[in-house]
Design a protein around this ligand. Sequence first.
Ligand SMILES: Cc1ncc(C[n+]2csc(CCOP(=O)(O)OP(=O)(O)O)c2C)c(N)n1
Ligand code: SF4
Ligand SMILES: [Mg+2]
Length: 348
Amino acid sequence: MATTTAPQPRPKTNRIGLSVLDYKGSKTTLCAGCGHNAISERIVDAMFEMGVKPEQVIKPSGIGCSSKSPAYFMSRSHSFNSVHGRMPSVATGALLANKKLICLGVSGDGDTASIGIGQFVHLMRRNLPIIYIIEDNGVYGLTKGQFSATADIGSRLRSGVINELPAIDTCALAIQLGATFVGRSFSGDKQQLLTMLKAALSHKGTVMLDVVSPCVTFNDHEGSTKSYKFMKDHDEPITDVSFVPSFDDIEVDYGPGEALDVVMHDGSRLHLHKLEADYDPTSKAVALKRLAEAHDQDEVLTGIFYVNATAPNFMEMLNTVDRPLATLPPEMVRPPREALEAAMEELR
Ligand SMILES: Cc1ncc(C[n+]2csc(CCOP(=O)(O)OP(=O)(O)O)c2C)c(N)n1
Ligand code: SF4
Ligand SMILES: [Mg+2]
């Protein structure tokens, strides 16, 4: 007698015909429950839902548990583990060589705010088209949990050591220096993080997202200000973000004055529903003032703090060629002998 098998449901595909499996990476080797794993999952969801071609994505990182995480999403994309804190220069070089790439850089709070702070500040002032994610747990997870420079004053290690140094607020720093899309989220807030990542993919300048991402092994106890519990109790969204990609046609209605509508360069629309009436996410001064107040009040503000969708990016400022440098013919990239001789003549 012939046996029949039930038809398997076809996997859901996105607008470029890929399934979510096409966006997965290797199996994670990070601790179970590490916030970094949840961020990788949201990156997979955002890239899938936005229909990004995986081969177009580069995902450079530094060194740390966070910087290992690009191995755990998007295996079909290009990775580069740089030296500790040096991801910005690798990303800048890659984008200068090929501006068609979509660059999603992953760093840690140690990688960014200690050894990499010099590279970070110069990256922020260039408005390079990059999504720069800090997976922020307040400690150096990979080297066994020492305080990082984003740890809050008064935060306590499991060993009892108290942090007495002020934290660097990477969002305030990024806004002040020139990044054009700056926000903070929490690895445990699936919807907010996913929406912010999708909106980030439509931005053509520097996106800096500080994502609080608890380290369950070294910094998730009572007394830590980067634990799941602390974030659940202190997370204060300032903007409720919704995002309509250019390929969707959904109407979102807000009352007048409640929301700021930002049209991104690809026609997508970002709706920032302001949860505080006088908050203006297009004003650097307002954003910096509110972040400073939040520190004084022990609040962890989340949401998109600042956005400027029209500022020229680094590629536009340099007027770089559209074609990847590797595909240009030698006569375009190699100066003729006469040009070299003229240059040498000038130096004589
Ligand atoms: C030049 C250099 N200095 C120091 C180290 C040691 N080191 C490796 S990872 C790390 C800190 C990682 O912390 P963070 O960036 O916050 O990542 P996490 O592990 O917390 O995700 C340090 C100091 C190194 N690998 N290279
Ligand atoms: S040590 Fe901390 S940061 Fe590293 S994988 Fe484990 S939980 Fe994550
Ligand atoms: Mg860290």
